[in-house]
Design a protein around this ligand. Sequence first.
Ligand code: Q9C
Ligand code: ZN
Length: 864
Amino acid sequence: MFLTAKILGFALSGFLSVAAGFDIGLSTKCVVIPKELDMCHKIGYSEMRLPNLMGHTSMGEVILKSTTWQHLAHTDCHPHLRTFLCSLFAPVCLDTFIHPCRSMCVAVRDSCAPVLACHGHPWPHSLDCDRFPADEDMCLASLTKEYKHLHKVLPKPACQACPAVEEFFTHKRVLEVFCANNFAMASGTALIYDEEMTTHKLLWSDPVCDIEVPERLSSSYEQLKCYHLVERCVHVPAREGSEEEILLVHSLEHLEVAKSTQTMNDEELKRVSGNYDAFFFHPNTYRCARLAVGATLQLVDAVMSGKVCNGMALVRPPGHHSQRNAANGFCLFNNVAIAAEYAKLKYGLQRILIVDWDVHHGQGIQYIFEEDPSVLYFSWHRYEHQEFWPSLKESNYDAVGLGKGEGFNINLPWNKVGMGNSDYLAAFFHVLLPMAFEFDPELILVSSGYDSGIGDPEGQMNATPEVFAHLTHFLMQLANGKLCVILEGGYHLKSLSESVCMTVKTLLGDPVPQITGEMAPCLSAIESIQNVRAAHKPYWKWLMYEDTSFLQNLSTSSHLLKKTNTNPSTEHESKMPSNDETVKVERFLELHMKNILFPVPPIKTATTTDAKVSAHLLPVPVHLVKEMDKTEIKALVSGSYADLVKEDKTLLSLGSILAILDKIMKKEVCNGIVESPASSVAVALRHSVRLGFQRVLCIFVGDMQIIPNTEDGKILMIHICEKEQSGKSSSKHYISLNWKEDAEGNDFFSAVLGFILPVAYSYQPNLTVIAVGPNRSLGISEISLLFALLQGLAESRILAMIEDTERNLMQSLAKALVGASAPHFGVYVPPTQEKVNKIKILRDQFQQEWKMLQCSVKDGISRN
Ligand code: Q9C
Ligand code: ZN
């Protein structure tokens, strides 16, 4: 992680002042990105700058110039070698210049020149270290202290044992090997907060508006400080949104009315406020609302320019209810809608996803983008058959968008209060995430209201703060991680601030807390999910073969009838949460957060001391663990697995596995990756259980020789292979999923979202083992997807066991585990009918046991 964090971007002018000696004319040249450099395409730029520190104008030229030394990349001569070489000629995205400092060059040269000498080549003039600036603040510096600690001994090649080298044949390959995405990936999390936005407040008594208080902002910020999250974020200042920016969405008339309130007295303010449904003006409201818009745009700029990879803006007033010509529901300007228009205009984006997890329907956003296919809007909201504010017919699931925008508006109405973690997760698995992966957004904006959380007087829902960590984690897997979270509602101060913290913590890359409690969506949630799937079936390829049909009679309809008959006064009483309830939730959360939060292990990823392994994992910073010695392992591996210990190779890998498991158990490391024969998996699983992991989820990809015993329920095995293996039929704890990767692209999304994740979340493992054996039927893209999404489980405790022939796989997975590369899952392709049917059969078979699989109500199934 610190590798990328070390990379300093600076403006062109800064570059020019230190770059004397380089060919400036060429280094500032914008060129069209060749197709094979998809790391830059991913970011959304069609042009880039060539840093051109070697005086080259094209990749072809650079490859010619580097023939004598390019094979250095495959030696282990210095941990920063690839970074150094990449910085010399990699295309630079985002107008950010990257180049090495003299100290880095010297360090690399001192270690690597002997390797070149070994092969009969001198250190090339083009890599002369005097050409590079000495100022360490301005460029990629040499080894940091931590790095020295991790790699104490750099190999000193001797002429008798020249390191083996590999030749490259294509431009693409050269770049891949040198650059490995390092420079295309932004890192860091922006946090935007400006105290001035607490000056907007209600000046008279109004029971409808009195929950939208300044403390919503200040207490969230205080809580962030309390968890030391503020200091881990990149501070980005707010600014005022310009009139031009506001007019991207709003009418001039609306802007003028808002502007005119600045000089009004209380009485006039109250009168203007009365023109809207649930809004109040304060003399500083206009200024705050402009800051809220500007803060949101600053966040979009920080993310789109690559300054950070994600971030959160704490703003007031909120935005998602406000409309072209009207304030509404505490909102004056539609911050998120303006941001989407701005991003389209300034960065030429063609696909933006807006996720609105606020408990209210952001009807303002819906209206603005209803006919726009470039903005996919998803909102879940308390609806109660149109009883709940804003009580619109168009908040129901059948409002799917209009004209060209048909299919790009997704409403998931909740017809009951009390929705909780399982309901929200089910909505993500069975509705939002499959749409989002098919849509493939370039940027995600979250209308992040926390009134959908527990204790909120408006929402009356039950979801606990950690569910927002999971929702955030899922969204981080899309749009190359470009995620902007913008505050909307949230009126229980404690619930709000804890949820904000869970979101920011997750954006920063911390492991996600486990969700506790029964995992099963409620009947009413399943009904809503079924109906929105049915409504969207005509528009989405992934839904094409799903058997979704509308449910006419909802379990909540009778409740609606009953409600209209009740005495309004008693109804009012039961609806209003008492002060008592607020305090009760406060106390609950105080304890709950202590229970679920855990110290982040000091080391993210561990691997073995086996030099062969670490060599091709570099330059990813992994921690090296010393394996157990043979007698120790022999003592541990007893009984039925005795045969295994006879094989020396197996024994060695077991030694590393057991050592890493031990460190994961002790919370010294978060995850681990080892080279290991598939035959060790059964032993590793049993050993995990013996160490004290109560539920171990194992995803096994490929042929399995020894099928572990899973009868006691302490291990849940999902076995993915091309054909059913004989000898074992599926059961609750041993599930066989026959899946072969698609030649056209990645169609595994449907299996992961529709089956593997729901089963995994139902089981709630406290350790995940992902093993890849011989004859795997999944490609690197499919396995990477599995890794990315399963990291949300078991507090990110993952042990990866990979066959020793899988060098490429090993390298990409190591990067995924360390968190050093943006997610990359290949091209989305929708699943074939045959594959959809496969999932359907499995879902039917297991949904009574693993309830998160449920996404439709079948006749004859009565639950809850
Ligand atoms: N009887 C946000 O959460 N309630 N706004 C009005 C009228 C308004 C919520 C009730 C709730 C607005 C951003
Ligand atoms: Zn709300």
